[in-house]
Design a protein around this ligand. Structure first.
Ligand code: OAK
Length: 833
C-alpha cells in the first residue's frame, strides 16, 4: 500500500459516489494513512487500539466536513438555536454511533474484515466517556442525538471533566472507587478550540463607578482571580441527516498572566503551583447522584461552564445579529436541572454591567431566553448554596440575586398582601440558620417555562415541591415526558432485533418509533414469534459469556434474566430486590424439592462514594450472591450477579438480554426513569410501581402486559401520615421475618455478625422507603411473573407488545415537544453535497 503520499482522510472524495469496492479500498487507504501520518505508526506494529484511533479519526473527519456545512447553513438561515446547558453529558462510546449515523456501519465491517480486523473488537477499544452520573446525564446525551436527527440547530454546553465518573471495583464484595482516566490515550472525538477561549472571573469585590459620558452609576466586578475556558468540541451526528450539531465542553486553564507578580518576585514555583488551582475546576466530576455537596469547587464548576457558555452564545449572537436586544428570538437556553441556574444571574450581569442594559429590559430578555427542567423530587437534591460562600466566590452575582429577589417579592406582596409564610417560601434566600441561595427558586423566577420529566412528576412538582410557583404562574408549567434515542438503544445495541423488526415492518421506526405499532399485526405469526424469542436467547447467551468473562459466574441462559441496573439509591429499592432473592433462597432451603422457575438476578450500579447505606447494599448483594451461587441445594436454579462498573457500554449489553425489568422505586420518588423505556424497547417486561414514567409506560403497553404492584403515591403519603410501623409487617409476614432473621443471623457476613445491622435498623426503625410495606405485594407479583414466564409463548407475545407500543418514549417525540412548546425552534436541514 502507498503510505508515502499524504491523502486526505475523508472516506469519500467530494461529489463522487463510489462503488462498494472502491469505497472499501478507500477506507483501507484512509486507515493506513492515519496510522502513518497522524499516529506515526507502521501497519506492521499497529495494535487494535491504533486501528480504533485511525478509524475514529476517519469518522471524525467526515463529521467535521458535515459540521462545517451545518454551521454555514445555520448562520445563513439566521436560525434560532437551542443551547442545552448541562453539567453532565453521558454520551457513551462514539465510534459505533458515528458509523451507524453516517450509514457506514456495514461497509466498514466488510472493509475491516478484508484486512483481518474485527469491527466489534475495535469498538471495544474506545474508552467510555463517563461525563455524568446517571439519568440526567444520559438524558442529555439522548437529547443531543434527537436534536440533530430532527435537524434542530443546537449546541450542548458542558464540562470537559478530566476524570469522569469513578471506576467501580468490587473488593471482598465492597465497592472501591478508582479514578477514571478516560483521556490517557487521547480523545480522537474532540477538537480543542483555543481560538474561542474566554476569560472567567472569580472572587474579589464590586465597586460603583461613573462611566464616561454617562450620568448613571455602574457597577464593576474586580475579581481576585481569572481562569481561562478552552472549548473542546465534539461533533454530534444525527441519523440519516447531513446535519451535525456540537457538544462544546469547557476545560479550565490558568490565565496567561496567571501570577505575574509571583514570577516577578522570583517565585516561579509558586506561580506554576497557582496554575494548578485553576485547572482543578474541571478536574473531576462530582459522583453524587441526586445529593448535593455544598463544596466550593462544585459551585466554581457550575459558574465556570455557564459563564463560558454565555460568553460564547453572546459572541455568536452578536456575530449574526449585531445586538443583544433580540437575543430571546434567536436563542433558547435550557437549564438541565439547577446545576446551570446561576446562568440567570450571569446573563443579567452581562447585560447590565457589560452591555449597559436597563434592569427591566435585561430581565425581560433573560426570562424569555431561559427554560428550566426539574429532574428530582428528592428534597436532599435541591441545590442551596451558603450565602457566605456565594458572596465570596461571586460577589456581583449575590448582589444581582438580592435585587432579583427584592423585585420579585415586591410583586408577590401585591398579589398576596398578608401571607408572610408564602413570601418566605418563595424567597430566593432561605433564612433561619445559615442563609442560603435557593437555586430552584432562581431557576423558576428566571425562566419562562418550567417542566417536569413525566406526567406524575410534573403533577407532584405542581402540588408539592414547586407549589407556590405553580400558584403564582400556572402557565409557566408543563410536562415533557422523557424519551430515549432508538438509535443507540435498539438499532445499535440490539442489531439482531433491529434487523428482524426492519425485515418485518420496514425501517421507518428508526426515526418514527410509533411505527413499531405495525408489529402488532404480526403477533399471531408463529415464525415471527420464534424468531423474536431466538434473538432474545442469543442475546442472553452473549451476556452469559460476558458475565463469565467479567465475574467468573456461570449463569443459565435458559433462566429468566431479572435485571435491575441504575444508580444505587435507597429510594430505588435495590434492597427490596435482594430481600426477594433471599426469600426465594429460603424457600429452596426449606422445600428443596419444590418446583421453581429458574432465575438469574442481575444487579448493576454505582453508589456515591459517601453514601454508606448504598454501599452496604452493594456489599449485601455480593454477600448474598456468594451464598446462593455456591449452595448445592440451589442447584443452579437461582443465581445472583453484581456486575461491577455499570456504565453506558455495559448497559448496551444488558438491555437486549433482559427478560424482566425491575422498576420498583417507592411511588412518588422516581421523577421519570429512562432505563424502564430501554428495557421495554428491547422486549423486556416490567415489574414496577406506579412511579415516574412507569405510569405512562403501563398506559401505553396495556395493564395486561405490565406487572404492577405496590402502594400508590397517595397511599404512601397516607401511610406515613398515620405513622408507618414497619414492625407490624415483620410480625405478621413469616417469610419477611425469616428473611430479615437470616440477615441478622450473620449467614451473609461470616465473622462480621453486625455488618448489616444498619440495613435492618433502617427497615425496622422507620423504613422511609416503604420496603416493608410493599414487600408482600412485591413477592406476590414476582410469583405471578414466574408463572407467566413458564408460559413462554404468552411471555413472548407480551414482550412483542411492549416493544410495539413503546413509540411514545422516543426522545424524538420529547424533543419535538420541547421544540414546539418551549423553545419555538424550527428544523433547518442541511442540503446534501
Ligand atoms: C441528578 C442530580 C440532581 C438532580 C437530578 C438528577 C437525576 O439524575 N435525576 C434523574 O433524571 C432522570 C432524567 O430526567 C430521570 O429519569 C430520573 O428519574 C431522575 O432520578
Amino acid at each position: 500500500s502507498n503510505t508515502t503520499t499524504e491523502v486526505p482522510l475523508s472516506l469519500e472524495s467530494a461529489g463522487v459516489a463510489l462503488d462498494a469496492e472502491a469505497q472499501v479500498s478507500q477506507i483501507q487507504q484512509a486507515l493506513v494513512n492515519n496510522l502513518y501520518w497522524v499516529q506515526g505508526k507502521d501497519e506492521q506494529f499497529a495494535n487494535a487500539h491504533d486501528y480504533y484511533t485511525a478509524l475514529a479519526h476517519s469518522v471524525r473527519n467526515q463529521l467535521l466536513q458535515k459540521r462545517i456545512r451545518t454551521a454555514k447553513t445555520y448562520a445563513q438561515e439566521r436560525a434560532k438555536t437551542v443551547y442545552y446547558m448541562s453539567a453532565e453529558f453521558l454520551m457513551g462510546r462514539q465510534l459505533g454511533n458515528g458509523l451507524i449515523n453516517l450509514g457506514l456501519y456495514d461497509t466498514m465491517r466488510h472493509a475491516l474484515a478484508d484486512c483481518g480486523l474485527d469491527l466489534d473488537e475495535l469498538l471495544e477499544r474506545e474508552a467510555e466517556p463517563g461525563l455524568g452520573n446517571g439519568g440526567l446525564g444520559r438524558l442529555a446525551a439522548c437529547f443531543m442525538d434527537s436534536l440533530t436527527t430532527l435537524n434542530l440547530p443546537a449546541v450542548g454546553y458542558g464540562i470537559r471533566y478530566e476524570f469522569g465518573i469513578f471506576t467501580q471495583l468490587i473488593r471482598q464484595g465492597h465497592q472501591v472507587e478508582a479514578p477514571d482516566k478516560w483521556l490517557s490515550y487521547g480523545n480522537p472525538w474532540e477538537i480543542a478550540r483555543p481560538d474561542y477561549r474566554v476569560e472567567i472571573k472569580f472572587g474579589g469585590h464590586t465597586e460603583v463607578y461613573k462611566k464616561d459620558g454617562d450620568d448613571d452609576y455602574q457597577v464593576r466586578w474586580i475579581p481576585a482571580q481569572t481562569v481561562i475556558g478552552i472549548p473542546h468540541d465534539v461533533p454530534v451526528p444525527g441519523y440519516g441527516t447531513e446535519n451535525v450539531n456540537l457538544l462544546r465542553l469547557w476545560k479550565a486553564e490558568a490565565g496567561e498572566a496567571f501570577d505575574l507578580d509571583a514570577f516577578n518576585a522570583g517565585d516561579y514555583f509558586g506561580a506554576v503551583a497557582n496554575k494548578m488551582i485553576s485547572e482543578n475546576i474541571t478536574k473531576v466530576l462530582y459522583p453524587n447522584d441526586e445529593t448535593r455537596q455544598g463544596k466550593e469547587l462544585r459551585l466554581q464548576q457550575q459558574y465556570f461552564f455557564v459563564a463560558c457558555s454565555l460568553q460564547d452564545i453572546i459572541r455568536l449572537h452578536l456575530r449574526d445579529h449585531g445586538s443583544l436586544e433580540n437575543l430571546a428570538e434567536f436563542a433558547a437556553i435550557q437549564l438541565n436541572d439547577t446545576h446551570p441556574a446561576i446562568g440567570v444571574a450571569e446573563l443579567m450581569r452581562l447585560l447590565i454591567d457589560e452591555y449597559n442594559f436597563e434592569w427591566a429590559a435585561a430581565w425581560q430578555i433573560t426570562q424569555r431566553t431561559f427554560g428550566y427542567t426539574n429532574h428530582t423530587l428528592m428534597p436532599e437534591a435541591l441545590e442551596k448554596w451558603s450565602v457566605d460562600l456565594f458572596g465570596k466566590l461571586l460577589p456581583r452575582h449575590l448582589e444581582i440575586i438580592y435585587e432579583i429577589n427584592h423585585r420579585f417579592l415586591a410583586q408577590v406582596k401585591l398579589r398576596y398582601p398578608n401571607d408572610p409564610d408564602r413570601l418566605e417560601r418563595l424567597s430566593l434566600i432561605e433564612e433561619g440558620g445559615e442563609r442560603r441561595v435557593r437555586m430552584a427558586n432562581l431557576a423558576c423566577v428566571g425562566s419562562h417555562a418550567i417542566n417536569g420529566v413525566a406526567a406524575l412528576h410534573t403533577e407532584l412538582l405542581k402540588q408539592e415541591v414547586l407549589q407556590d410557583f405553580y400558584e403564582l404562574w400556572p402557565d409557566k408549567f408543563s410536562n415533557k415526558t422523557n424519551g430515549i434515542t432508538p438509535r443507540r438503544w435498539l438499532l445499535q445495541c440490539n442489531p439482531r432485533l433491529a434487523q428482524l423488526i426492519s425485515e418485518t415492518i420496514g425501517d421507518s421506526w428508526i426515526t418514527n418509533l410509533d411505527d413499531l405499532k405495525q408489529l402488532e399485526a404480526h403477533l399471531d405469526n408463529e415464525v415471527f414469534r420464534h424468531a423474536w424469542q431466538a434473538i432474545k436467547q442469543e442475546n442472553k447467551w452473549s451476556l452469559a459469556r460476558y458475565i463469565h468473562d467479567t465475574v467468573g459466574i456461570k449463569v443459565n441462559p435458559d433462566s429468566m434474566f431479572d435485571v435491575q441496573i441504575k444508580r444505587i439509591h435507597e429510594y430505588k429499592r435495590q434492597l427490596m430486590n435482594v430481600l426477594h432473592v433471599i426469600t426465594l433462597y429460603n424457600r429452596m432451603v426449606q422445600n428443596p424439592g419444590d418446583h421453581v422457575v429458574p432465575r438469574t438476578v442481575i444487579f448493576g450500579g454505582k453508589a456515591a462514594p459517601g453514601y454508606a447505606m448504598a454501599k452496604l447494599v452493594v456489599k449485601l448483594v455480593n454477600a448474598v450472591a456468594d451464598v446462593v451461587n455456591n449452595d448445592p441445594i440451589v442447584a443452579g436454579r437461582l443465581k445472583v450477579v453484581f456486575l461491577p462498573n455499570y456504565n453506558v457500554s455495559q448497559a448496551q449489553r444488558l438491555f437486549p438480554a433482559s427478560d424482566l425489568s425491575e422498576q420498583i422505586s417507592t411511588a412518588g420518588m422516581e421523577a421519570s426513569g429512562t432505563g424502564n423505556m430501554k428495557f421495554a424497547l428491547n422486549g423486556a417486561l416490567t415489574i414496577g410501581t406506579l412511579d415516574g414514567a412507569n405510569v405512562e409506560i403501563r398506559e401505553e403497553v396495556g395493564a395486561d402486559n405490565f406487572f404492577l404492584f405496590g402502594l400508590t403515591t397517595e397511599q404512601v403519603a397516607a401511610c406515613k401520615a398515620v405513622g408507618h410501623n414497619p414492625w407490624c409487617y415483620y410480625d405478621t409476614n413469616p417469610e419477611l421475618k425469616r428473611t430479615l432473621d437470616v440477615i441478622a443471623s450473620g449467614l451473609f457476613s461470616p465473622g462480621e455478625p453486625d455488618l448489616f445491622l444498619p440495613i435492618l435498623d433502617s427497615l425496622l426503625v422507620d423504613d422511609p422507603y416503604m420496603v416493608m410495606a410493599d414487600f408482600a405485594a412485591y413477592v406476590q407479583c414476582q410469583e405471578h411473573v414466574s408463572r407467566t414466564y413458564e408460559d413462554r409463548d404468552r411471555w413472548v407475545r407480551m414482550a412483542i407488545l411492549n416493544t410495539a407500543r413503546i413509540g411514545k418514549f422516543s426522545a424524538d417525540r420529547t424533543i419535538a415537544d420541547y421544540a414546539r412548546e418551549i423553545w419555538k425552534v424550527k428544523a433547518v436541514p442541511v442540503a446534501g453535497e
